[in-house]
Ligand binder design. Structure first.
Ligand SMILES: NC(=O)C1=CN([C@@H]2O[C@H](COP(=O)(O)OP(=O)(O)OC[C@H]3O[C@@H](n4cnc5c(N)ncnc54)[C@H](OP(=O)(O)O)[C@@H]3O)[C@@H](O)[C@H]2O)C=CC1
Ligand SMILES: CC(=O)N[C@@H](CCC(=O)OP(=O)(O)O)C(=O)O
Length: 305
């Protein structure tokens, strides 16, 4: 029998992309609410009672409300919002992040999908800290560019109406909402500096981790640590630097659930830059949610991806 899945926030950017990935599948039956009642607690509670798994694609406060509504029904949850990424009792939904993470997701009641920026940052930082290539307390510096779909319906409307046009840096005040999850799941003890940007294009992301004092021998150790961490993974790869040189194209993996990592810089001076590229709506959001759903249901992890 098909697994019943409710996407709360199905009309939003992330929700629509998840629906596209699930609606052709014979092993999934989508539970839907009348669009006119999509914000009505009663209608959502009925859907939650019927569903085996609910995927929340909502603002943080609405996601917390849905978790409360679901409690009485025992519905398993995948939350795509920021609300529960460092919360007790929630499993971080990044299967490739650590040994045992996939098994924890498979058995979880509550899974929190990682943010797009944090997926990139954690993927680069955690193996280096775990292998002792960088120190957990070393202040790190991260930058990156995302397509405007990363800002959801409101930012998409700004760009598509012409109200916004160029690119911009943001979060220079060091209050970006992904910093807590980067700190925790990156195994860091010092907050990194993080200055992301939005480019004047729709979709795709590239993130740089700056390690100006890695040292000449650190290059090989960093690449070896990344390769060892993701060996045999289907969606995360360490690729040759030439894939991202001379130009890093953030749209390179659009439409996929892949995350590519690479090591760059000048081995003579020891100044390194590690790069991560993904589709912010793929492995950065909806693809990761579907991957987590597949793991939780015990089906092929790549189904629909
Ligand atoms: N865009 C991205 O790249 C990523 C987004 N996320 C996270 O996913 C979540 C959704 O983001 P995104 O899809 O971009 O946002 P959108 O603004 O595109 O969509 C949010 C959806 O939630 C609906 N909604 C708002 N309040 C309620 C409510 N009280 N009850 C039911 N539905 C409600 C909105 O309705 P309405 O149609 O009326 O606006 C909208 O359809 C956010 O928490 C975001 O942080 C995570 C990773 C990446
Ligand atoms: C371009 C842009 O604005 N991106 C969003 C993050 C998108 C994302 O990862 O989503 P979560 O909201 O789930 O954390 C931001 O930086 O706030």
């Amino acid at each position: 029998m098909a697994h019943k899945v409710f996407i709360d926030g199905e009309a939003g950017t992330t929700g629509l992309q998840i629906r596209e990935r699930l609606e052709g599948r014979a092993d999934i039956a989508l539970v839907q609410v009348d669009p006119a009642r999509r914000k009505d607690a009663g209608a959502r509670a009925e859907a939650l009672a019927e569903a085996e798994v609910a995927i929340l694609c909502l603002p943080d406060d609405a996601a917390r409300e849905t978790v409360d509504l679901a409690r009485a029904h025992g519905t398993r949850i995948i939350d795509a919002s920021t609300a529960h990424r460092v919360a007790e009792g929630w499993v971080f939904g990044f299967a490739e992040m650590a040994q045992g993470q996939r098994a924890a997701i498979a058995g979880a009641q509550y899974v929190s999908n990682p943010g797009c920026w944090s997926t990139c940052a954690i993927a680069l930082i955690r193996p280096l800290v775990a292998a002792g290539v960088i120190d957990a307390g070393q202040p790190l510096s991260i930058s990156g560019v995302s397509g405007y779909t990363g800002g959801g319906k409101s930012m998409i409307a700004e760009y598509e109406s012409g109200e916004a046009s160029g690119s911009f840096l943001y979060a220079a005040a060091q209050g970006h909402k992904h910093l807590p999850e980067i700190l925790k799941h990156g195994l860091l003890t010092a907050l990194p500096s993080f200055v992301p940007s939005v480019g004047a294009y729709a979709q795709g992301m590239a993130v740089a981790l700056h390690l100006p004092a890695l040292g000449p021998e650190g290059f090989a150790r960093a690449e070896a640590a990344l390769r060892a961490a993701y060996e045999g993974e289907r969606f995360v790869s360490v690729v040759a630097a030439s894939e991202n040189e001379p130009r890093v194209m953030p749209q390179r993996l659009n439409g996929t659930n892949r995350l590519d990592l690479s090591v760059h810089g000048n081995p003579e001076t020891g100044s390194a830059v590690l790069l991560a590229v993904l589709d912010n709506l793929g492995k950065g959001a909806s693809g990761a949610a579907v991957q987590n759903l597949n793991i939780m249901l015990g089906v092929d992890e790549g189904a629909g991806l």
